[in-house]
Design a protein around this ligand. Structure first.
Ligand code: URA
Length: 206
């Protein structure tokens, strides 16, 4: 059999989120499943009006099987709260559903997914958006923006606007991890305020 090029053979026809999440456990659409602990599918339900898309699960998410439960998730929670979006009202997912990392001794260091990983995982994101039918999608970071919009954009140029896409509005913002990296340094307050401002753009749709 030819090597799979994406997740399509594993994506069921069903658009029930529980069916999708369960099928994703077997996905072999790229090689990232093998070193990862498990697939990290999503959190939230099909009734959400807002979908938040990150890059890929981190170390903590990989262990717990849930998106945004680590340090970036805590910063995102704060920012959502400041923007008036209850986390429970949102559907959270990632452009890539397995943790890509490089082992360094006992540690696992985050490695950015390549474009081919984003493309391989895209059938899952498509299926999720068909299941949830959100009013607004917030793409957090360049990888998420590539996955959501299907084109490469600069965060600095695209943020701060509502982008009208055929099925929903898209808000592009920075990834919470990028904000976290500035904590305790110059530029943190501005970066955090800009993230909250982008989330506030999405809030009326949520
Ligand atoms: N970063 C992401 O992009 N997604 C997560 O789930 C956690 C951290």
């Amino acid at each position: 059999m030819a090597e799979p090029t994406d997740a399509t053979p594993w994506v069921p026809e069903s658009r029930d989120l529980a069916d999708l999440a369960s099928a994703a456990h077997d996905c072999r659409g790229c090689e990232l499943w093998e070193p990862a602990t498990q697939v990290v599918f999503s959190a939230g339900d099909a009734g959400a009006h807002i979908v938040l898309v990150g890059e890929q699960p981190g170390d903590r998410e990989d262990e717990q099987g849930e998106p945004f439960v680590g340090p970036a998730g805590r910063l995102l929670d704060e920012a959502l709260d400041a923007a008036g979006i209850p986390r429970e009202s949102a559907y959270l997912t990632n452009a890539v559903k397995h943790f890509r990392f490089e082992p360094r001794g006992k540690r696992r260091i985050h490695a950015k997914p390549e474009l081919r990983h984003v493309k391989a995982c895209h059938p899952w994101l498509d299926a999720e958006l068909e299941a949830v039918e959100p009013r607004v999608v917030v793409a957090m970071g360049a990888t998420a923006a590539r996955a959501v919009l299907g084109r490469t954009v600069r965060i600095g140029e695209s943020r701060g606007h509502l982008l009208e896409e055929p099925d929903h509005v898209v808000v592009v913002t920075t990834h919470p991890s990028a904000v976290l990296r500035l904590r305790g340094r110059d530029g943190y307050d501005e970066a955090y305020a800009a993230l909250v401002a982008d989330l506030r753009l999405a809030a009326p749709f949520a």
